[in-house]
Structure formats: structure tokens, C-alpha cells
Design a protein around this ligand. Sequence first.
Ligand code: ZN
Length: 169
Amino acid sequence: MFVPVLPHLAEDIFNYSPASIKDSYLADKNFFQSNVELDSASILLSNWPKIKTEYINSDLARDWTRILEIREACNKEIETLRQEKIIGKSLEAGVSITANETDYQLLKKIEAEIKAVFIISDLSLESGESLSVKAYKFDGLKCVRCWKIFNESEIHNQICKQCETAISG
Ligand SMILES: [Zn+2]
């Protein structure tokens, strides 16, 4: 897919690919436009990749379309706080989300990831009548490694638990 915009880079990547990867391209009848030998193969002669139908998941696509809509609603509230200079960036914010049952169940499924997806440091999630979102400044301590804000008890030696795990190997 790099070929139209970065032909030389794409060719370099192809040329330096391990033989096993090149062999898998040659074994794939649809990869090249015509029969080519490995020695003379060029990525410039490859076909546009076909989407693997097993990767298409309409349930997941629908869920994530909705999640991104909710994130958009949160971003609007966070942007208001930023314009009012209450916060500097979205990681200084928390959001409380009230959502109808369908949205609530959807967000519950990804609750552990919401903060990362929405780029916020605090979250409260409730089920209610309809979607309403409120952003607030989350007061806490900043992890010096990832810059997310945490409650004081979650920070040790200036960094959060996740970062501690990441750097302890
Ligand atoms: Zn951290």
C-alpha cells in the first residue's frame, strides 16, 4: 500500500524482507500482477491488497462508530474547559458519562480502555435516560512518565503502576 506514495521505500522494504516473507508473497497467486521470479520480483509489480473478508466485523464496526460518537461528545466538553483555561490538555480532564442502557452496556464492555481511547485521566460511568456528558478538571498527581493524572495513592516514586510495570521489564 506504500507503493503509490513511497515507491523507493516500499521497494527497499521488500528487498530487505526475509526470504520467508518473500516466498509467502510468491506463493500467493494474487500478490503479483503476473508470474515473477523471486530474483526479479519488484514490489512495484504487486497488486493492490484485497481486504480479507474474515477481518470484516460489522458488529465491531457499529460498536466503534458509536464509541467514537460518544468520544466526540466528550471532546466538545473537554474543549470548552480548555478554552476557559480550566485545563491545559485533555489528559487533565475527567468525564462523567450518563448513557442509556444500550450505550452503557457498550461502554461497560470497554471500560478498562475508555480513558486511553478518550485521552482522559478519570471516568465515571452511569446508566440513565439518555446520553449526557460532563467534563471536569481532574485534580491529582501527574505521572512523570505518561503524563496521565492519578489519585495520589496510585503514584509511587512519581510514576503510575502501569509505567512502573513497563519499566521494570
Ligand atoms: Zn504513567
